[in-house]
Design a binder for this molecule. Structure first.
Ligand SMILES: [Zn+2]
Length: 83
């Protein structure tokens, strides 16, 4: 596995990624709301590797969210600046 930013192979072991102390405090990726009353498609990242050369963090979706993203990917739209 290589760093997506600098190409280094010097990545840390897999670690948990959190934005706070609580279990639900994880980075998310959200997309444009497909219909007015529908929820915004949201996917959670819980694991990551840090690059020991450039310091970049590579995050990985949960297995469940990765499967969901694959199922919904063709219907996702870019977020808009007026959201
Ligand atoms: Zn790097």
């Amino acid at each position: 596995m290589r760093c997506a930013v600098c190409g280094s192979e010097r990545l840390s072991p897999l670690g948990e990624v959190r934005t706070g102390k609580d279990w639900g405090d994880v980075p998310i990726l959200r997309f444009y709301r497909p219909k007015f009353f529908s929820p915004r498609p949201t996917y959670r990242f819980v694991l990551g590797r840090g690059c020991r050369d450039c310091g970049a963090l590579q995050m990985f979706l949960t297995d469940y969210d990765r499967k969901l993203l694959n199922e919904e990917a063709d219907g996702l739209e870019d977020v808009r600046s007026d959201m």
